[in-house]
Ligand binder design. Sequence first.
Ligand SMILES: Cc1cc2nc3c(=O)[nH]c(=O)nc-3n(C[C@H](O)[C@H](O)[C@H](O)COP(=O)(O)OP(=O)(O)OC[C@H]3O[C@@H](n4cnc5c(N)ncnc54)[C@H](O)[C@@H]3O)c2cc1C
Length: 460
Amino acid sequence: MASAALISSLLHKLSPESKILSDAESADFQASMKRWSNYNLQVPYAIVQPANENDIVRTVKEAVSAGVPFVPASGGHSPWSSIDQKGVIIDLSRYKGVSVDAPNNVVTVRGGTRMKEFQAALHPHKQFAAVGNGNTVGVIPYYLGDGISAYTPFIGYGSENIVAAKLVNSKGELVVSEQQDSELLWGIRGAGQFLGLVTELAIRTKPYSLLGNEDGQRMCGTYIFPIQSLDPVCAALETIMNSTEHASAGHVMIVQAPPDFKQQALLVAPQAFCSATEAAKLFQPLIDIGPLQQTLAPSTFDKHSDHLDWVCAEGDFKRFTQTGLAGWSTGNFKRLAELHSELVKNCPDAARSGYTVEWHTPCRAKRQLKCSFGNENVEFWLNLLSWYTDAANHEFVDAMDRKAQAAMREGTKEEAFVSYTNTSREDPIEYRYKGTGTVDRLRALKTRVDPAGIFTKQLL
Ligand SMILES: Cc1cc2nc3c(=O)[nH]c(=O)nc-3n(C[C@H](O)[C@H](O)[C@H](O)COP(=O)(O)OP(=O)(O)OC[C@H]3O[C@@H](n4cnc5c(N)ncnc54)[C@H](O)[C@@H]3O)c2cc1C
């Protein structure tokens, strides 16, 4: 069997620090398979944990020549980083690292580094970069598929800040993108997961001072309202979202209020890049409505997502999709609340699900690096987190996700539909990559660098 031959051949070729796990009952194997979600989780023939770049190159090369399919895994938050018994997972958790070149405003991130590790490495240098809302999310896949963040008003999306990449291609060769292949680097900025295994990314950083203070601080509010306050809350939010005085980002979430998850509620979490006094003034329209609970506190870049650690819990069935929206619509958001209610009523085990709209104010910086994603000007995202435990509910949850997406797209022409490639791979490719000729250009690139679809069949 090809997989068995591959594994026995790799045993003698990888560094002693690497690991090859082929006993599905072993603690190491099971630890690697503990993922953010059990949805679509498949058990591979073996897991290879390379310890350095040579190990990765060797593993890819041998797997390609043996005809054994494989998938890379970094933070393990997507439904696409596991594979069935025919293949192997290249788990990058033993190969990590962040090097900060502060004078040149560049950070290099390697392998399976996660968000919190990335933030912790940048913090002493008082520099920031795009980061997602989850401490355990893998940095490289997040950047490859674009990278939506609260810092978009200052630096654009994550992909727009990739200055160089090292990638193992479908022949098992290590390519340094900016020197050898500028078209590949453009493709990596938005579609990198489909072009090779990226061992290293160099990312542009910015000084904390760009955020208006020396501590990398932003003000984070939390305001909880009964669902009956939806109309005034939406009106207040529009004032905050449209303020041109202060850059802001945030979430308005439709949830079942903890601790008993029985009543539907609105959890509004605006974030503003200004002083505490200015933030209190900016968020005053929300306070005037009379929230059930409220807090306003500073948070720094190194602690960016600490308050969201509960969302990073492993296990259960979870699905997360992000859908770009043309703008804010209170009417559509009302319909979203009804659909959330329908989900929870029919699937009580899905009570921890949240239907959310995320926003950021427009990017103030001049866009410099062109990326293949093409959605640079999207400022609103529908975030659907479906979190449930009963496998019998897969289809219903999926149908509700589709309905929620359709409701929030009401009034938008199909050619303007935006899906997020980091969280959706089934929607038409034209929803995921925008701009004249972008899809054709990406397809040509894919056909050149990975004609057999070693790194997914996407774009072929
Ligand atoms: C709780 C949570 C919060 C999130 N918050 C945000 C957010 O704020 N903004 C945002 O934009 N997105 C967000 N996301 C989406 C996230 O960016 C994507 O799911 C991302 O791809 C996950 O990366 P991962 O390494 O954790 O997942 P993995 O499942 O390990 O990897 C994702 C995909 O990339 C491939 N891959 C892994 N490593 C490599 C590599 N080195 N080279 C090439 N391909 C590779 C995998 O095979 C898989 O197909 C969030 C997701 C979750 C679950």
